[in-house]
Write a protein that binds this ligand. Structure first.
Ligand code: ME8
Length: 508
């Protein structure tokens, strides 16, 4: 049987400024999906990277007093480092300045040109450099400002190469109709469909007034519009970053992004792929914004949260857990230091960390550190484990990370209730209750083993440490290992320092 594949992407981030929690959010969410699909035994390719061309980067470099390349090198390295800090298990990190990417974009563009999908024209419009996009007058905010950034737009007029986007309108609509779940959640699907219905203009896909970009292959005085260069990264990465036959991963199964770049991915991207005769992605999952004080965190507005202090103080798993649980996937949600601390202490430390601690120390004290046998008296709990596992699979299939964490947490709470209701410390005093005590200790260990494997995509390092303390090989985190009590009776537990230790003070 051939192994199924799963190709997942994040947007490639602009290297105009340092990364913030918004970028961390998308990368962490993508990593959670990637890990979950690996747990299913699938061959996963997880791609992230940086978007390095265009006026926005050229200007940022100018302000920093260095060449665009030197600027991109430094900032791209920061995004790569952020990925490592986040424990992102990406299989490749693409940079649009990679020569292989540049060559492949030029090859694709030449194909579109040869097919008659590209023509020369002239264009004038209101340009927002932070968006790297044109707007029509009716889309602008007060005093001619960008609807996304609120910053002034500028009038740009030049002779450019155009892509016949309008010619793809009917095919795009047909694709939307045939694949009602290709953009989730539904309001985003509707929004994108409406944009196409209302009419799409041809797209200027080159710039003559800037030089920081990929030269148009048949007209080197122009560079390719940065969004066209960037969107193709999802394809070009496979041509040099995924080993021999990287194209086997095509098309992407899941592409994550926030709603700011919906139009580029749900309207322009599929049309470019149709023109290049490439299969369309299976699904785009559009998540909400991470807000700070009620506003979108953004490099342009400057209301940023730096993820690094939170990672330093609480550990990366705490950030991964907080973001996946607090911000309902697909909706906007607020990042706050108070909320972070509350979930860390109330849930990770008190509910999960203590549960492990108590379980291991009771097995130590009452059973010499060896997990007893199952007496078959907790069939309901065993069934609940199976139910939650199916729920988690379904949640991931519906691109709903938050629901997956919630389902796992229901089990954590059920196990805490088990401790309180059965009070092993009382059973331990009664010699006739030995089998009952065996059962509760086995059930706690079995339940923990299962739930830790289910939580592994979210909190990988903590889950591995906890599994090891239960005598489970921490490299074995496939979902088949998450069945009730798999191979756990008779193994020895070892106590470990608290998974989520108390943190003094907190980042602002
Ligand atoms: O748009 N909340 O790059 P970018 C949630 N280079 N997610 C956020 C966020 C926030 N406050 N801020 C940023 C670009 N993000 C282009 C993409 S792809 C071919 C080219 C995340 O650096 C989110 O994924 O502005 C958003 O879509 C992306 O970063 C935008 O990153």
């Amino acid at each position: 049987m051939s192994q199924s594949r799963f190709y997942i992407t994040t947007p490639i981030y602009y290297v105009n400024a340092d990364p913030h929690v918004g970028h961390a959010y998308t990368t962490i969410m993508a990593d959670i999906f990637a890990r979950h699909h690996r747990q299913r035994g699938e061959e996963v390719f997880f791609l992230t990277g940086t978007d390095e061309h265009g006026a926005k980067i050229a200007r940022a470099a100018e302000v920093a007093g260095r060449t665009p390349q030197a600027h991109a090198d430094e900032l791209s390295a920061k995004f790569r480092d952020l990925g490592r800090e986040l424990d992102a298990s990406n299989d490749f990190f693409i940079r649009t300045t990679d020569p292989e990417h540049v060559a492949e974009v030029q090859r694709l563009l030449a194909i579109l040109h040869a097919r008659g999908d590209i023509y020369k024209g002239s264009y004038g419009g209101w340009y927002c450099t932070p968006c790297e996009a044109f707007y029509v007058e009716s889309e602008l905010g007060e005093n001619r400002t960008c609807p996304i950034h609120g910053t002034p737009v500028e009038w740009l007029e030049e002779d450019n190469w155009f892509f016949r986007l309008s010619a793809y309108r009917d095919r795009l609509l047909a694709h939307f109709d045939a694949h009602p779940e290709w953009v989730v959640p539904t309001p985003r699907y509707n929004e994108a469909r409406r944009m196409i219905e209302q009419g799409v203009d041809d797209l200027s896909i080159s710039r003559s007034q800037i030089s920081w970009g990929v030269p148009v292959p048949w007209d080197p005085d122009q560079v390719i519009y940065v969004w066209v260069d960037a969107l193709f990264n999802y394809w070009t990465a496979l041509s040099y970053g995924a080993g021999d036959d990287g194209a086997r991963f095509w098309p992407p199964n899941l592409q994550l992004m926030a709603k700011d770049i919906l139009k580029f991915h749900a309207v322009i991207w599929p049309a470019l792929l149709m023109a290049a005769d490439l299969e369309l992605p299976e699904r785009l999952a559009i998540h909400g914004y991470v807000l700070k004080g009620g506003e979108k965190m953004s490099k342009t507005t400057g209301n940023l949260v730096d993820p690094f202090p939170f990672i330093a103080d609480y550990g990366i798993d705490a950030l991964r857990y907080y973001l996946s649980r607090e911000i309902r996937f697909g909706e906007d949600g607020t990042f706050s230091a108070e909320g972070f601390e509350a979930r860390y202490t109330g849930e990770l430390a008190n509910e999960l960390g203590n549960l492990l601690n108590r379980t291991v120390s009771m097995i130590d004290r009452y059973r010499d550190g060896v997990i007893p046998n199952d007496h078959g008296r907790d069939a309901d709990l065993a069934r609940e484990v199976a139910t939650r596992q199916s729920e988690i699979r379904a949640a991931f299939d519906n691109a709903d990370v938050t629901r997956a964490v919630e389902a796992a947490w229901v089990l954590v709470r059920a196990l805490n209730r088990l401790v309180e209701q059965r009070a092993p410390w009382v059973l331990a005093k009664d010699p006739d209750a030995a089998a009952d005590l065996d059962q509760v200790l086995f059930s706690l260990a079995a339940g923990l083993q299962s739930v830790l494997i289910m939580l592994w995509p979210i909190i990988p390092t903590s889950a591995e440490r906890a599994l090891a303390s239960l005598g489970h090989d921490p490299t074995q985190v496939g979902l088949t290992q998450a069945v009730w009590g798999a191979g756990i009776a008779g193994t020895s537990v070892t106590s470990v320092p608290p998974l989520f230790p108390r943190v003094e003070g907190r980042p602002e």
